[in-house]
Design a protein around this ligand. Structure first.
Ligand code: ADP
Ligand code: MG
Length: 239
């Protein structure tokens, strides 16, 4: 018997079909790519589209940019309508205040988890994003990084929200994440910049893994037309 699996659609034109319908509700998805591959924009877009279309609520935790800079970037990508009440941003300024209030003995990972848990229980979010794992490594001075990152990912999974963990892969790196978080997640979306000819670069997106879904592994071109994201076939775009 086939079990009906609730999914969250990305509303990126063409992508949900590739994913086999969407992302399973409650899955933890790693979004990995080198700097500038539109990870931040893409996940804000997914959250915003879900907020607009089905009223879901997203919490975007940014350890990299402040909320104003995120909003400016989003507006430039056609998201001037970013639904403030439904896509809530938690930035370093707010997190630092939380850190300041906490006892000195607590570490960044613990505090981050506490703040996220508190927000989730008081505001009932459906989606969560953490941007980025690398910024957290830089802040947290992890003593046993592999164990602490395992703990963080496991604790976030327990919250049951559809979660995007953004990983900023260094140029030329052979691994997607530094501490093996890719083994823990339910899904992996990989973004890449490729040079096409002498001057043009294109963004490529590939779903490497999506637990429970019969997804396509084709590498696609990720495009943005000023107002919306869409994927297209790499071969046909070259014609
Ligand atoms: N309308 C647009 N179309 C295509 N690319 C854009 C557009 N607006 C911004 N960009 C590019 O998107 C990139 C930044 O996206 P961002 O989501 O911050 O990437 P990341 O989070 O992966 O570093 C920049 O390189 C910027 O030039
Ligand atoms: Mg980013």
């Amino acid at each position: 018997m086939e079990v009906e699996l609730p999914v969250v659609q990305t509303y990126v034109d063409g992508l949900d079909k590739i994913l086999g319908g969407g992302i399973p509700k409650g899955a933890t998805v790693l979004v990995a790519g080198t700097p500038g591959t539109m990870k931040t924009s893409l996940i804000l877009y997914v959250m915003n589209e879900n907020a607009k279309r089905n009223g879901s609520k997203g919490l975007y935790v940014s350890l990299e940019q402040d909320a104003d800079s995120l909003r400016t970037g989003a507006a430039r990508m056609g998201m001037a309508d970013l639904q403030e009440s439904r896509v809530y941003m938690l930035d370093m300024g707010q997190l630092r205040r939380g850190l300041f209030r906490a006892e000195g003995s607590k570490d960044w990972v613990t505090i981050l988890l506490e703040i996220i848990k508190e927000a989730v229980s008081s505001s009932g979010y459906d989606m969560l994003a953490l941007d980025s794992l690398e910024a957290l490594y830089a802040l947290a001075e992890l003593k046993t990084p592999r164990r602490e990152m395992f703990h963080l990912v496991a604790a976030l999974k327990e919250l049951g929200l559809t979660t995007f963990l953004i990983a900023e892969t260094p140029f030329g790196a052979s691994r997607l994440t530094q501490w093996g978080e890719d083994f823990l997640v339910d899904g992996i979306l990989h973004l890449r910049q490729v040079e096409v000819g002498e001057t043009e670069t294109q963004l490529r997106l590939r779903c490497i893994k999506m637990r429970y879904m019969n997804h396509d592994r084709t590498t696609l071109a990720l495009n943005h037309d000023g107002s919306k994201f869409f994927v297209s076939n790499v071969i046909s775009r070259k014609k």
